[in-house]
Ligand binder design. Sequence first.
Ligand code: HEM
Length: 376
Amino acid sequence: IPMPMGDSDNQTWIVTHMEDVKKVLKDQTNFCVDPTTINKNSDTKQFLTNSSEEDSSNLFLASSLNALDEPDHRRLRRLVSKAFTPRYMESLRPRVQEIADDLLDQVQDKGEMDIVLDYAYKLPINVISDMIGVPKSDREQIYEWSEAIANGLGVGRIDNEVSESLEAFSNYFTQLIEKKRQQPSDDLISELITIEEEGDKLTEKELLSMVQLLIFAGHETTSNLISTGTLILLDHPDQLEILKNDQSIIPSAVEELLRFHGPSTTAGPRYAKEDLELGGQQINKGDVLFPLLKSANRDENVFINSEDVDVTRDIKRHVAFGQGIHMCLGAPLARIEGDIAFTTLLKRMPNLKLNIPRKEVKWQFKLAAQGLSSLP
Ligand code: HEM
């Protein structure tokens, strides 16, 4: 599906079929994430953030993994992966369980809770903050800044509040990194500071971008998985019943919830490096493509009865975590969080019911993510 792109001669494409989405995400020869390498004067970055080069929004996450092509991406991902091993993430399981239990302890006797505000939102931000080494006393402030940034950048609005939050957010993490340099502890920042491969290390700027990316990438998405996942289960009582009777299938149910309503509507924009054909359409060099993960995950050519929720479905072919070199670094952690969040919720609150009429459930849109603002 083509769309006009401002005054530029280039077009924006919404890529909807699984086959094409995978092609765009995996083919590094024809597609890239950094448009400045194609057209030096391209206004594509401006199109995305509606901001000028000098803005802090453009510098925000500028040298982070998701914004780099090969070979820079390979170098950075290899360094970071040394700290981000599946075994390390698996070791976080007891702590994730503790956080989930603590959150439910606080509402257990009230008889009512808001799944978004009391649970889904707080679980991932506490996990990622623990992991990174953000002190508990600073977390409220971090949520506020990241909310303001995500709300602003999500709609391309860089007002004073967003600019101030971007600056405060960067200053905070610059100081935290400095503190960890002086006094290393058992957390990911300290680990990232020390990792080294063949004499190569993360630069100061890369370290800051990485930590900021982890907060953004690891928080909103997982929160949406838990809250929209709960709503989907409430919408499909037969599926909820299956899970209550057999909690061993919750990990595969998490995959189905990711497929059916994954938190990332689209992968980040990709840019065509050459003129080419995709899905029978002519794409020109410099065109922007949005690989629509949510659409690919409902592709009937891949998933039979794709519009149905089936927690017993045998799948892992969905693209909710992306595909190719930028595939989600935190997927193993997100899966652990999803597994524990749903298992704990269903075990401790088996009589979960929606407390407002279904049509009053409100959705919100931020940075390519779609989630609920509240779920009483
Ligand atoms: C990349 C989804 C949780 C860290 C991605 C991408 C997707 C995604 C679709 C690829 C984007 C693209 O190709 O443009 C999700 C979903 C999550 C989740 C649906 C939860 C359900 C997490 C968590 C972390 C994380 C918990 C960290 C703790 C990252 C990072 C990247 C990434 C660092 C960039 C990887 C790269 O460019 O090499 N994620 N994510 N994500 N994600 Fe996640």
